[in-house]
Design a protein around this ligand. Structure first.
Ligand SMILES: [Zn+2]
Length: 253
């Protein structure tokens, strides 16, 4: 009987979470958070801050922002007319095995580099097939520029998105992913999954048409292994939203 009780306890006790296995893939939101040149910045203001007339401490603040700034999600409707809005992305799709494809060297040599099918095939040769339901994270090494608009976007002209230069995902790679594999999500450590000079946002369109959501301005991708982490990406549940701020955490094995 004692053993039975012990066995039950073991199977029911909540698992301990090891802090060292958690990686925060999210940037802070504040007045310095980088936003798309034509979008609204993150704004935050104190409504009350200090000792109240009742003699107790009290704080409250308000914020407003574009859905598409800082570490954020693009819901499929962002580029697909019948695509899911933010609140309608299934929870199951927001918790995924993470795979990290590193294009840091290619991007260091060419700011306008785009992930290719050859990069994906080379990754699979080294790491095995991209699993069904994966969140495919593209690491361009752009985190080193975060906070510096000119270095990160390739231009710091306010209100003008015509002179941008940063790496992204090619049309061919997006098409390969939707035809040959079954990923749930794609993420990148730049401002957009389409590279800076893009005018047709074709990678967004190809992926959104298949219900795949994007994560942009993802932080700390250098702290993840190529495989083995679990990604949890929980956006603010904006009903009818085209995206939104998202807290992304990876759990290492
Ligand atoms: Zn976006």
């Amino acid at each position: 009987m004692r053993w039975l009780v012990l066995a039950l306890l073991c199977s029911c006790a909540p698992a301990q979470i090891d802090d060292s296995k958690l990686v925060d893939l999210t940037y802070d939101f504040d007045s310095k958070t980088l936003f798309w040149p034509t979008a609204k910045p993150f704004q935050w203001k104190k409504d009350a801050w200090g000792m109240s007339p009742g003699g107790y401490w009290y704080t409250m603040a308000s914020f407003s922002a574009s859905e598409h700034q800082g570490t954020h999600i693009d819901a499929p409707i962002h580029f697909a007319q019948d695509g899911a809005t933010t609140e309608a992305i299934p929870l199951k799709q927001l918790v995924s095995p993470a795979v990290v494809v590193d294009i840091t060297a290619q991007s260091a040599a060419n700011r306008d580099y785009r992930l290719t099918p050859a990069d994906l095939r080379a990754w699979e040769k080294a790491n095995g097939r991209i699993p069904d339901g994966a969140a495919l994270l593209v690491r361009a090494g752009w985190g080193r520029f975060w906070g510096d608009r000119k270095a990160y976007f390739g231009s710091d002209k306010a209100g003008d998105a015509s002179g941008l230069h940063f790496p992204g995902v090619s049309k061919e790679a997006a098409e390969w992913l939707v035809k040959e594999r079954r990923i749930d999500a794609i993420g990148i450590d730049t401002a957009s999954i389409d590279y800076g000079p893009s005018r047709d946002f074709i990678a967004h369109r190809v992926l959104a048409a298949k219900g795949i959501y994007n994560l942009e301005n993802v932080a700390n991708l250098d702290k993840l292994p190529a495989t083995g982490a679990t990604l949890i990406a929980l956006p603010m549940k904006i009903k009818g939203g085209t995206g939104g701020p998202v807290r992304i955490v990876a759990i290492l094995r």
